[in-house]
Design a protein around this ligand. Sequence first.
Ligand code: GSY
Length: 166
Amino acid sequence: MGIGHRVAIGLGSNLGNSEATLKDALSKLDFIPGIRVEARSHLYQTAPIGPPQPDYLNACAILLTTLDPEYLLQTLLNLEKQFGRVRRERWGARTLDIDLLLYENWTIDLPHLQIPHPRMTERAFVLVPLSEIASDWVNPLTGKTIATLAQQVDRSGVKPFRQFFH
Ligand code: GSY
């Protein structure tokens, strides 16, 4: 694969063996033609946003990809399905959720695809892991770096899961 576009994704799981699911999802992503996992954050145990449900494990990754945003989105949704994700409740528990957060400094506003992810700037479970691997990346909607956004968010519900995640 030649040099691709730089993309940030967030991964979350709160059903089944979430640690195995997130690690497995990242290695499967790296095997998909046109996608390379450039960096991955540590894992964090995070209090759920939404209806009462178990804590999540969350992580973020930087990808290099030759896939355009639409095709990448479909590929990520297919990977979620491979892990048995059933969309029951909108904000409910799930085996694997993958969010497309940033695609270079592009902004996309389609009904099914918004980049940057519209809720990423208020979610500590995204900003804390993402700031480990993409602190200087500027969110084109706010003009602020991920490091700045991560400093401004309430991170009380976000705890390191294990010292090392590799
Ligand atoms: O959009 C991601 C799914 N999700 C999460 C999550 O990944 N982590 C936490 N802590 N709460 C969440 N609520 C939803 S929905």
